[in-house]
Design a protein. Structure first.
Length: 305
């Protein structure tokens, strides 16, 4: 079952504008009181909204066809048609909107950002609006214009400060689970991570986001493994941290050194059951580590040689 979608094509149809009305006011003792046909209502727009609470494009993968409301028809007695209801589509922060030719329309990198991707049609004018001194009672009205219809491509690029990049089964998910509240899937087989995971790290007054992406193997550019498609999620990251090659290539000893910013020796007991047990909570902190390094050191526990 698909649980994470980062690229989808939307088939959009904005609302049509309502037609104007042709009407002449008739009252007792005033058989021809003048034109009173009102204008038609404008069609509804389709608006994309960057929502921090949305993390995937899965809902649009299942329902790619979206349309806004049409404008109402104008009526006599100067009753204008109702405007069509706008349709707001929440998308994750970092979504790139492209047209069918691949040209970028907007990059929604700010929470709350709004973009009218499909404008609605304009309502037609009624004969009351079209009246002038030379044509006091027009016998015609204008039709409403159709709304925009077409396809757009939504492509999600994760917004993070640090990206963890490396081989499969190198402990990237274990690290992000140790330093943040994220709980990615962790198991002792390669390619456990199938989609990017985000974790927010709070180190004193410093707050930053770490992204864990699926593992890379040799020949990924040729389609081996999971390929390179997910690397677009690290394009925005100011820093990329390479992970160790693999746990299978580490020294086969009871304790394996874990790199930290401190010069003191820190080690991690090896476990054959799960890579998650490699990162127990520390009992003490290295006094020489800065706030960010202390979070990295939380993945290691002090143990006698």
């Amino acid at each position: 079952m698909v649980t994470f979608v980062d690229r989808v094509t939307l088939h959009l149809s904005a609302g049509k504008g309502g037609n104007g009305c042709v009407s002449v006011k008739r009252e007792k003792f005033k058989p021809l009181a003048g034109p009173d046909g009102a204008n038609g209502g404008h069609g509804g727009d389709i608006v994309l909204v960057a929502d921090p609470q949305v993390t995937t494009l899965l809902s649009y993968h299942h329902s790619p066809h979206r349309s806004a409301g049409n404008g109402g028809f104008g009526m006599g007695d100067h009753r204008a048609g109702a405007a069509g209801e706008n349709l707001e589509l929440p998308v994750p922060v970092g979504t790139v909107v492209k047209d069918v030719s691949g040209e970028t329309l907007v990059d929604m990198i700010e929470p709350g950002m709004r973009f009218i991707v499909a404008p609605g049609g304009i309502g037609g004018l009624g004969n009351a609006t079209l009246a002038n001194p030379k044509r006091k009672a027009p016998g015609f009205a204008l039709l409403g214009t159709p709304g925009w219809e077409g396809d757009v491509l939504l492509e999600l690029k994760t917004v993070a400060d640090i990206a963890l990049v490396g081989f499969p089964s190198a402990g990237k998910s274990s690290l992000i689970a140790a330093i943040s509240a994220a709980r990615p899937k962790i198991a002792d087989y390669p390619f456990t991570t199938l989609h990017p995971n985000l974790g927010v790290v709070q180190a004193g007054d410093v707050r930053y986001t770490v992204a864990d992406v699926p593992g890379l193997i040799e020949g990924a550019s040729e389609g081996k493994g999971l390929g390179l498609e997910f690397l677009r999620h690290v394009e925005r990251c100011p820093a990329a941290t390479p992970s160790p090659t693999s746990t299978s290539s580490w020294p086969s000893s009871r304790h394996t050194r874990c790199p930290t910013a401190s010069s003191r020796s820190w080690s991690v007991p090896r476990s054959s059951r799960s890579t998650r047990s490699m990162f127990p909570r520390p009992r003490t902190w290295p006094s020489s580590c800065d706030p960010i390094s202390r979070r990295a050191a939380s993945a290691c526990s002090r143990s006698p040689p």
